[in-house]
Design a protein around this ligand. Structure first.
Ligand SMILES: Nc1ncnc2c1ncn2[C@@H]1O[C@H](COP(=O)(O)OP(=O)(O)O)[C@@H](O)[C@H]1O
Ligand SMILES: [Mg+2]
Length: 266
């Protein structure tokens, strides 16, 4: 099954749209992933277009995290192909480091360096990987921390911030690498309820600014507000792809209906 979707471009892209930029930013074809005898991804075909927000939902163990992790090569794949910006994923070395900075990832756990200040957490990548000067990296970091609403916390350490604030720092840290795409794997599921919205609001803003995003989440409000397409996975397969309203109000497959009835009555 080939999945194509709306081609929504990031703001500011006007002239000189070449054939290259019209191609999907991420293209997955026939992707298979095994862990030993267990098949975690079964024949995944998925395109993510520039500026598109794809929300991935599905039961626990359906392969959502594995799918995300293959896109920045935190997991290798068995068969099939994945390209990012028209290029096959590099296997190692500086090309792999570049891929990891082009493909930002925010996980459920905040993964900030506990011994570094908030500011240093955000400047580390630009200085080490992008070769940016310290002053320039700090200017960039402060503007990103301001954008996610935590600039006043720049001198503190992660443990001094709330979970919601730490997760917004993690988003700023990824953005500092100027990624082409951001992957979010259940970014709010470790947060106390009152902090969920502050993180989702940051993500909605990012989506509105035209960032290409793949977001694993069960937050229906976010999906309704920001998703261009919802991808429903079960047992390592993509079972259904639809616009958010269509998917939530009129799911086509039994598995999607069953899943939605469980999460919507929680
Ligand atoms: N490193 C691993 N080794 C063995 N099995 C794994 C590994 N990572 C994930 N799996 C298995 O692959 C399946 C899909 O996992 P995952 O992608 O984490 O699902 P989801 O994110 O949808 O909950 C699960 O059955 C999980 O146990
Ligand atoms: Mg997961």
């Amino acid at each position: 099954m080939a999945i194509t979707g709306p081609c929504v471009y990031a703001g500011g892209m006007t002239a000189n749209v070449t054939a290259d930029t019209a191609a999907p930013l991420v293209r997955m074809r026939g992707v298979q992933k095994h862990f030993g005898d267990f098949q975690a991804l079964k024949d995944i075909d998925l395109d993510v277009h520039r500026g598109e927000v794809v929300v991935v939902i599905g039961p626990s163990g359906s392969g959502k995290s594995t799918l995300c992790r293959t896109i920045n090569r935190l997991e290798t794949i068995g068969e099939g192909s994945i390209t990012v910006d028209g290029r096959d994923l590099p296997e190692e070395g500086t090309a792999l480091a570049r891929l990891r900075s082009d493909v930002g990832m925010v996980f459920q756990a905040f993964n900030l360096f506990a011994h570094l200040t908030i500011l240093d957490n955000v400047t580390l990548g630009p200085i080490r990987v992008r070769g940016m000067k310290k002053g320039e990296a700090e200017k960039l970091a402060l503007s990103l921390l301001d954008r996610v609403g935590v600039a006043h916390q720049a001198g503190k350490y992660p443990a001094q911030l709330s979970g919601g604030q730490q997760q917004r720092v993690a988003i700023a840290r990824s953005l500092a690498m100027k990624p082409k795409i951001m992957l979010f794997d259940e970014p709010t599921s470790a947060l106390d309820p009152e902090m969920i919205n502050e993180v989702l609001d940051t993500m909605v803003e990012l989506a509105e600014e035209g960032m290409t995003m793949v977001v694993v989440t069960h937050e229906m409000g976010f999906a309704r507000k920001a998703a261009h397409r919802v991808v429903f996975m079960a047992d390592g397969e993509i079972v259904e792809v639809a616009g958010p309203e269509e998917f939530f109000t009129n799911p086509q497959s039994d598995r999607a209906r069953d899943f939605l009835s469980k999460i919507l009555t929680q």
